[in-house]
Design a protein around this ligand. Structure first.
Ligand SMILES: NC(=O)c1ccc[n+]([C@@H]2O[C@H](COP(=O)([O-])OP(=O)(O)OC[C@H]3O[C@@H](n4cnc5c(N)ncnc54)[C@H](OP(=O)(O)O)[C@@H]3O)[C@@H](O)[C@H]2O)c1
Length: 250
């Protein structure tokens, strides 16, 4: 049984906690957040208030875990990272906006334990990234555009769309953003060939997809030695290993 501590119990953390509870081989040992539990919140007995490294060190020693899944805020790794690494606790951080200094800290922690940082943790977006990069390798000259759709109140261009543009080496001006009602999240990469068009599409349905991605990330991470990893890299490695094991009929 894998013992997990979840850090962050906001919009994403709540959905992730539900996904973790569904896994028979995972034990959700505790949930850390900034503030004390509020009445009416789910999982009241699991919640702990943690803000400092001392808080986390005490928690790790009183309720040991094998791994952390972090959906809190980019700065929280500064508090839990050093005491977790000192105890060889694996870290999956899903926070989207680490500073260069926080990313450097995560890489340093990778000298002591397994660390994975993934600003886009859904299986679908990581698959889309790998598939899009593969097609670009096949046809480096193809025209590429990105369309992203989100709910009306999201003002900024999607970070995922920008990441796709960077990975495909195209300008951010190739991204078209549509803001429509309550769309949760839609990303589409369009490849324009002379005689055919290929579209890779991902639609987010619920935040529970973050939990599915976090569990996959953790499973792959635990197959690795100590180090710093990204989900796309571990997913690609997993796919290539699985494909190599497939026997091709003669
Ligand atoms: N990689 C992905 O695909 C992905 C997807 C979704 C979200 N995220 C990331 O997940 C994080 C949370 O997003 P959200 O939408 O759930 O935010 P949110 O609703 O504001 O929730 C944040 C939660 O984290 C807790 N928290 C914040 N700072 C903390 C700290 N220093 N130490 C301990 N707990 C802390 C808060 O505690 P209180 O409840 O006590 O205030 C709250 O429970 C963000 O960094 C976001 O970028 C990533």
């Amino acid at each position: 049984m894998l013992r997990i501590g979840l850090i962050g119990f906001g919009k994403a953390g709540r959905a992730v906690a539900e996904v973790l509870q569904e896994h028979a081989d995972i034990h959700l040992a505790w949930i850390a957040r900034r503030s004390p539990p509020r009445s009416g919140d789910p999982f009241p007995d699991l919640q702990q208030s943690c803000t400092s490294s001392d808080d986390y060190a005490q928690l790790f020693d009183s309720k040991p875990v094998d791994a952390l899944i972090d959906f809190s805020s980019p700065d929280s790794i500064e508090a839990y990272g050093p005491p977790a690494a000192a105890r060889s606790i694996a870290i999956v951080s899903a926070n989207s906006a680490h500073t260069p200094e926080q990313l450097a800290l995560a890489q340093t922690l990778g000298r002591q334990t397994r660390v994975l940082c993934s600003p886009n943790i859904t299986l679908g977006i990581n698959f889309l990234l790998i598939a899009a990069k593969s097609l670009k390798k096949i046809a480096p000259w193809v025209d590429i555009a990105i369309v992203e759709e989100h709910f009306r109140s999201k003002h900024e261009v999607s970070g995922t769309a920008k990441r796709l543009a960077t990975a495909l080496d195209i300008e951010e001006s190739s991204i078209t953003s549509l803001r429509l009602g309550g769309v949760v999240g839609h990303h589409e990469v369009v490849f324009g060939f002379p005689h055919q068009t290929v579209r890779l599409v991902h639609d987010s349905i619920s935040r529970h997809a973050f939990g599915t991605g976090a569990v996959f990330a953790l499973q792959r991470l635990l197959e690795q030695p100590a180090g710093f990893y990204q989900l796309e890299q571990l997913m690609l490695q997993h796919v290539l290993t699985q494909l190599a094991e497939d026997t091709i009929p003669a």
